[in-house]
Design a protein around this ligand. Structure first.
Ligand code: TMP
Length: 201
């Protein structure tokens, strides 16, 4: 069977486990013989590196964040993700457009979901978006206090969680509880992906 390309995005509030589960999913799919390309946002580009620096800086306006995340994604999709999909890879992105829709619109009343969609409209969309849902109090308990970035406080993360859940209902995204143990969460993710792959062939 020739492998068909598939674009998967893992999303969720801070410490929901998108990075852990992206790596585990990659290992699982490779063990089944699939070619997998794992990537993340902010990306490794110069824009991505700048964003990582700005994540520690509360003086950066939310609109600047939104525009930088959109620019980073534009470059990331066109120079990296699109090419890998054309080569037939399963691409897993640890965070993608929903992170911008959710985090940037929660950051400021002036930033609407529609505006974030507009500035991100030139990139391709994932075939599967999964939201790892976590209680913000559990999420923050998993983090070291000194490592916290500007988005990591519990009332902000509660808003992030609510908007992710609203978006999931609107767009029919998969919601996976990340309060469970890692093995169970990963198994639930794998089931969704395998089902999708079966439907492709
Ligand atoms: P990480 O903790 O998963 O590495 O992500 C970095 C932070 O950046 C996380 O708090 C979510 C935030 N973020 C946005 O605000 N907008 C975006 O578009 C992306 C990709 C991440």
């Amino acid at each position: 069977m020739t492998q068909k390309a598939l674009f998967i995005a893992l999303e969720g509030g801070d410490a929901a486990g998108t990075t852990t589960h992206s790596h585990l999913l990659k290992g699982f799919l490779e063990s089944k013989g699939f070619k997998v390309y794992l990537t993340q946002e902010p990306s490794q580009s110069k824009i991505g590196i700048l964003i990582r620096e700005f994540l520690k800086n509360k003086e950066i306006p939310p609109t600047t964040d939104a525009l930088l995340f959109a620019a980073d994604r534009d470059l990331h999709y066109k120079n990296e993700i699109k090419n890998k999909l054309e080569e037939g890879y399963i691409v897993i992105s640890d965070r993608y457009i929903e992170s911008s829709i959710v985090y940037q619109s929660v950051q400021s009343d002036k930033i609407t979901v529609d505006w974030v969609k507009e500035i991100n409209k030139f990139v391709g969309l994932p075939d599967i978006t999964m939201i790892l849902d976590i209680n913000p109090k559990i999420a923050l308990a998993r983090k070291e206090a000194e490592d916290l970035e500007k988005f990591e406080d519990s009332s902000f993360l509660a808003k992030v969680r609510n908007l992710y859940l609203t978006r999931a209902k609107e767009e029919n995204y998969h919601i996976i509880s990340s309060d469970d143990i890692i093995e169970i969460v990963q198994e639930n993710i794998q089931k969704i992906v395998i089902e999708k792959i079966k439907n492709l062939s």
